[in-house]
Design a protein around this ligand. Sequence first.
Ligand code: G6P
Length: 611
Amino acid sequence: MCGIVGYTGTTKAARILLDGLERLEYRGYDSAGICVSDGNREHPLQAWKVKGRLQALRDATGNGEQVPGFSGIGHTRWATHGEPNTENAHPHLSGGGKVAVVHNGIIENYQELRQKLEGKGYVFQSETDTETIAHLLNEYDKGDPIDAIVRTVMHLRGSFALGILFEDRPGEVYGVRRDSPLIAAVSDEGAFIASDVPAILPYTRKVTYLDNMEIVCLHKDGLTFYNMDGEPIEKEFTTVSWDVEAAEKGGYAHFMLKEIHEQPKALEDTIRPHIQDGKLVLSELGMTDDEIRGIRRIQMAACGSAWHVCMTAKYIFERLARIPVDVDLASEFRYRDPVLEEGTLLMVVSQSGETADSLAALRYGKAQGMLSLAIVNVVGSSIAREADRVFYTAAGPEIAVATTKAYSAQLAACYMLAMHFGLVRKVMAEEDYLRHITALSRLPEQIEQILQQEARMQWLAGKYANTRDAFFIGRGLDYASVLEGALKLKEISYIHAEAYAAGELKHGTISLIEKGSMVMSVATQHDLLEKEISNMVEVHARGATLLAVTYDGNYAMEDQADFTIYIPKTEDVFYPSLVVVPLQLLAYYVSLARGIDVDKPRNLAKSVTVE
Ligand code: G6P
């Protein structure tokens, strides 16, 4: 969601900005722009903006060649205030080019600010909240850029990461943030700011994460950081563990397909460091056994697929650790005035660690005195930094909007935590614990086996690519899995897809089933199998085409299903990790067959940094 890149250095800026923006394309956007400062021009700041894809901006600027200058800012915009068009695209300029701004986030009091600025004679060119920031900066710029930035951000309510150029400060780029991510980095080539690491990976792996209300100035000698008192501050740099190849397609047609195939490695890398001598070692988490024994309830909160991980985790924690679990959508959690008893552990699950609602849920829970534990993929992200305890998944960079490997790594993290909690709380027998560890360790190789069925899934997807409505049904843990299966299909194929607890179908949804409806039944839970089959019979009798996912050898499914996908056998509790793989492949190939841009589905963003 909105990507920012800023650069100053010895190379022409436009190309670096365009390449950086391309590496942030996965965040989702509908217009793009750059502004480069060139002291040789009468008006040094000039912006190029387009509606649509970045390629249009490359075309408009001769791939950056027609844009002189060595410092600049670039932006991919995911529209919030005002439709996606050239006027609303960033950068926004004020004072005929005195200041240029790119922004990620939402300014909540922009209307009030706009009225005041209009009163002072400022004329707005766009419908955006961002333009108010450009005019405010212009208003407060009396020759000291840090002072102008401090005064400006003091007037802003809401969230922002900003990249800023001042006409009279050639060779300098400024950044500041509150609640929207911004990193800074330096290499031999120059200094950078960006919304996320992939943008700067070709140049350096050493980055620093700006904290809320910190300012950075990029200049010819590197970077200087300031606090809100305008005083210079020191920042620590960390080395990103993944390299540039990890953020590239590596021969796959799409990032999503690559990431589906990276799941065995993502699981291996997430699980392996925590198993020693056949047992789980979670000392890095920093939770004492007393803390674990003291948990009376777990409250989980997340968005999108991470919320589905929580829905699955509810069954896992309740089954393996016998701890009651409540799951909330992060966007709902803090608004329902939840009753939070003492001894409640708040768990927030997030790939990016920047999802605005998940971050707000974490802050809300912490403010209520809850101990917080975050499962996060991006090291150094806001949620990782603010949670009391962090469990890092090791999925590597995930670029496709539709999550796959991060989802699987999050699930693996939940299994490990639940087993560890179960053992410490003495509700899991040692023998069961060891059997489960063996099953967990086998998941990567079992996923590898499922991936070998890719050609079958492609064939199946081709057959059902024109389906209008799809229903995903399951019971127990399978219900949690179908939530993710339906989301995967709908978000990248635009086919209407709904997930239902199979037992709930006859309370309404069955009226939608007709000839031609596609029903995907997931049936892996032994104690629920017969009941699931009864539900399959009900939809089949009403003309639906029935697909099924079940474990190897359960041939009874073929009596009902038109097509059955088999996955390797495991302990019942681990099936969600296997079931999701054919569902991801199905969604991917249906999307491909329908000619959709798989990695960048319409209207969606990878990292949702606004509420
Ligand atoms: C977006 C993505 C989803 C993701 C959700 C939560 O909607 O498209 O794939 O599950 O955000 O993201 P997070 O980074 O918090 O896991």
